[in-house]
Design a protein around this ligand. Sequence first.
Ligand SMILES: Cc1cc2nc3c(=O)[nH]c(=O)nc-3n(C[C@H](O)[C@H](O)[C@H](O)COP(=O)(O)OP(=O)(O)OC[C@H]3O[C@@H](n4cnc5c(N)ncnc54)[C@H](O)[C@@H]3O)c2cc1C
Length: 390
Amino acid sequence: MADARGPIELLALDRGLGDEERLLRETVRRFVDDRIRPHVADWYVEGTIPARELARELGELGVLGMHLQGYGCAGTNATSYGLACTELEAGDSGLRSLVSVQGSLAMFAIHRFGSEEQKEQWLPRMATGEALGCFGLTEADAGSDPGSMRTHARRDGDDWVLAGSKMWITNGEIADVAVVWARTEDGINGFVVPTDTPGFSARPVGAKLSLRASVTSELVLEDVRLPGDAVLPEAKGLRGPLSCLDEARFGIVFGALGAARDCVETAIDYASSRTQFGKPIAAFQLTQRKLVDMALELDKGMLLALHLGRLKDDGLVTSQQISAGKLNNVREALAIAREARTILGANGITAEYPVMRHAANLESVLTYEGTNEVHTLVLGEALTGLPAYR
Ligand SMILES: Cc1cc2nc3c(=O)[nH]c(=O)nc-3n(C[C@H](O)[C@H](O)[C@H](O)COP(=O)(O)OP(=O)(O)OC[C@H]3O[C@@H](n4cnc5c(N)ncnc54)[C@H](O)[C@@H]3O)c2cc1C
């Protein structure tokens, strides 16, 4: 075959990266190749992930809360964090979810809105992976509209008493600390809840067909009594959790492209060696069109991600821009995964190849951190000035 190029090299996007960013990307890529790829299909089929063990290794790698400053966090730029997400999600969206929830949701909430004591108590141990966090916003009846949450906290003397439940919470059963959002007399507040507090329990969400290599839980809060200083002092109203979601979405803008890249690379490899009608299926024009369309969307998505990364590094990125990235890149990543599946024919539906696993995972990624529709409404409002949420 003459001068074949990888999908990312096609547009020489690497030229926009600094040496440190490339080095970090290579380090995470190597970790995923050595530690994740050999096992992830089995984890997926079995519906499990050795999250605690991996958290320690990810901590050593320096990717937990890596874009946060101080408290044992690596303090990298946002683009580096994004590139790490791409590599992690090339392994599996469940792995990237583990890192996103830890760093961008639980740690970010404490880092951005917590007291000095809360930061000192949790962040260094979360950066090493010794302590795991989860982020409880969604409820069974409050998903896209978290403002309708029912979980509430009331004052009892100096204490807070939390009651309610949260649904679809990544890392819920294995977390040491839960950041839980609840309604109070003053609106929505965030609480730092050690998961060994009496009244706190978590149980698995059963029968998932997506993100199977990820822990997803229901949290139950039965009159969980917390000291007065368990509240996140700087988080006021729904803006608090929504700003955490922006952080995690930013990681998804890059991350989803990792899953997509793995699909494109797998499809190119497969099409080059699979022969039908006397030649490799990669030599058919219809297959080449699929590969080209996939590679173009992948590279356009990466251009968008890098652009948002640079805006974020300069402190300029807006919530609407992150919505645009999440909407486009997850939608296109899912389309790429489905198209790649067709190229692999029957083999594409097995766990022997990663494409169906990525496609199934991306269904969750399309829904969490704001659904496709909600991000469309965010952008619709940005364009027209007319909110159309209700
Ligand atoms: C694997 C997984 C892990 C998750 N992890 C976490 C976590 O760690 N923490 C956490 O808090 N949450 C988590 N979530 C929850 C996730 O954020 C929610 O599922 C998401 O916000 C959507 O809520 P919902 O599922 O209730 O769907 P709904 O809000 O009921 O939406 C159903 C459909 O209606 C559409 N819809 C809703 N409102 C509108 C509207 N105004 N206009 C048009 N269409 C609309 C939606 O776009 C969607 O298509 C997770 C979810 C999954 C699947």
